[in-house]
Write a protein that binds this ligand. Sequence first.
Ligand SMILES: [Zn+2]
Length: 92
Amino acid sequence: MTCVICLNPGARVVSGGVWQEFHCPDCGSGRVSGELLNLMTLLNLELDIEPVRRWVLERRRSDPLPMMQVSDILLCRDARATESVLTQPNPL
Ligand SMILES: [Zn+2]
C-alpha cells in the first residue's frame, strides 16, 4: 500500500481499525487516527508532508508509534491548494 502521507508505494500500511499505521522509508513510522482521516476526507485536506515528517521525528523520541489525532489537524493542508493554483479563475 502507499504511504498515507507521501504516497510512497514502498510503504507498509496496516489498518488497525480505528487508525492507520504507516511504516514508510521516507516518513518513518506512526499512526493516523481514523477520526482524523474521516475529517480530512470531509474537509478535503491532506497531510502536509514536511510538517508531518518533523512531527513524527519529534514524537518518536518518546513514543515509538506516535498517533496523529484530530487535535493535530494543523498538520494538514487544503488538498485543493496544490492542484488548483494554476487552473483556478482569478477572483478579480
Ligand atoms: Zn511516506
